[in-house]
Design a protein around this ligand. Structure first.
Ligand SMILES: Cc1ncc(COP(=O)(O)O)c(C=O)c1O
Length: 375
């Protein structure tokens, strides 16, 4: 058996996405900046993709910019908003992805900002009263709070945060990498300045992402070069990537209901079976709350496991890929800053299982059987 249950780390490419991208690797040769017909035809494909994406989010195409992924988009927005608007206070939470957390910490180390952490409870829910206090106490602040957490699946009340930030003139950025393509985000109804996305999280290709930046508060680019992306991101466009991103989003939106139902059923089934088979099993964050978490993420603590790496290793040699937390860039296991922030003692026996539309109940049964054998 070869079972992939780490879809919060990355997902496999949908074959329909691959088919849409294929001509742009082979036949469609032009550079979109060239003015000849080959170039113009590629430019037109990019702008069609941009318009299609903008329509899905109910925003203007001029507010969508393509990047190399979520990390670049987060870095661009965080660094350049703070720099451009002379922001001195940033507010975030301890459960953000490192693309946000490390960037903000870096700016604090450089003396550019003072970083404030909004209180969270033991389930990783942010304290909205504390957030209000922080933004009202620091005028012209930068707020970065993620919409869907990659480790514990928590979903933020993004409309409420938008209202709070708007009332106190704070710039609101949300890392929406885990939720794009898996939820219907109508940005015309949310008071938000910027969001980011990454195609490989929703069955698109790796190395392509996007940022939405509301036209009311424009920012300068991070990468300066040939004036691509209307001077917002230098560098020849990743054309097959952009086509693939748009196609993956289109599929994500058009199959939203059936996919979400499938993922929810996987989650419900896994929780039920784990409870039946393991005493005192618990679920971290809000990952087991069907209303308040991403259906694809389930974060589990199994009592009596004192070597988490060994558990992951044993599952791995049985052909099962799950994770102990987020996928770490260095390939080493360093524990989870998210579970630390929730005060989950020493992160004992923690597994993050994350589902995709390509999983099956048989695969989940196989995981459960192997867990019973190993433990
Ligand atoms: C919440 C979140 N933000 C940002 C990223 C980084 O995205 P990318 O891999 O496209 O740089 C990830 C990927 O792990 C993520 O889960």
């Amino acid at each position: 058996m070869n079972i992939y249950l780490d879809n919060a780390a990355t997902t496999s490419l949908d074959e329909r996405v691959f088919e849409a991208m294929k001509p742009y690797f082979i036949d469609q040769v032009g550079n979109p900046s060239s003015i000849h017909s080959h170039g113009r035809s590629i430019r037109s494909a990019i702008e069609k993709a941009r318009k299609q994406i903008a329509d899905m989010f109910r925003v203007a195409p001029s507010e969508i910019f393509f990047t190399s992924g979520g990390t670049e988009a987060d870095n661009t927005i965080i660094k350049n908003t703070i720099d451009h608007y002379g922001i001195k206070h940033a507010i975030t939470s301890k459960i953000e992805h490192h693309a946000v957390l490390h960037t903000l910490e870096h700016l604090e180390k450089e003396g550019k900002i003072k970083l404030h952490f909004v209180d969270i409870d033991g389930e990783g829910q942010i304290n909205y009263e504390h957030l209000t206090k922080l933004v009202s106490g620091h005028k012209n602040s930068f707020v970065s709070l993620m919409y869907g957490n990659n480790e514990i699946g928590n979903i933020l009340d993004i409309e409420r945060v938008g209202e709070i930030c708007h009332e106190h003139q704070a710039f609101f950025h949300s890392d929406t990498v885990q939720s794009l393509g898996q939820c219907d985000l109508d940005l015309s109804k949310i008071k938000i300045n910027a969001i980011v996305g990454s195609a490989h999280k929703f069955h698109g290709p790796k190395g392509i992402g996007l940022m939405y930046i509301n036209a009311d508060k424009p920012i300068p680019p991070l990468l300066i070069g040939g004036g691509q992306e209307r001077n917002m991101r230098g560098g020849t466009e990743n054309v097959p990537g952009i086509i693939g991103l748009a196609k993956a989003l289109e599929i994500g939106f058009s199959e939203l209901e059936e996919t979400q139902l499938k993922l929810l059923n996987f989650k419900k089934y896994t929780i039920k079976k784990l409870k039946e088979n393991f005493d005192n099993i618990s679920f971290n964050g809000l990952s087991a709350d069907f209303e308040k978490s991403l259906h694809k993420v389930l974060n589990i603590s199994i009592p009596g496991v004192d070597d988490n790496d060994m558990l992951l290793f044993n599952l791995d040699i049985n052909g099962i890929s799950v994770s102990g937390g987020s996928a770490c860039g260095s390939g080493t296991s360093i524990g989870s800053h998210v579970l630390d922030a929730l005060n989950i003692e020493g992160n004992p026996g923690t597994l993050r299982v994350s589902f995709s539309k390509y999983n099956t109940i048989e695969e989940i049964d196989y995981l459960l059987n192997k867990l019973k054998e190993i433990l």
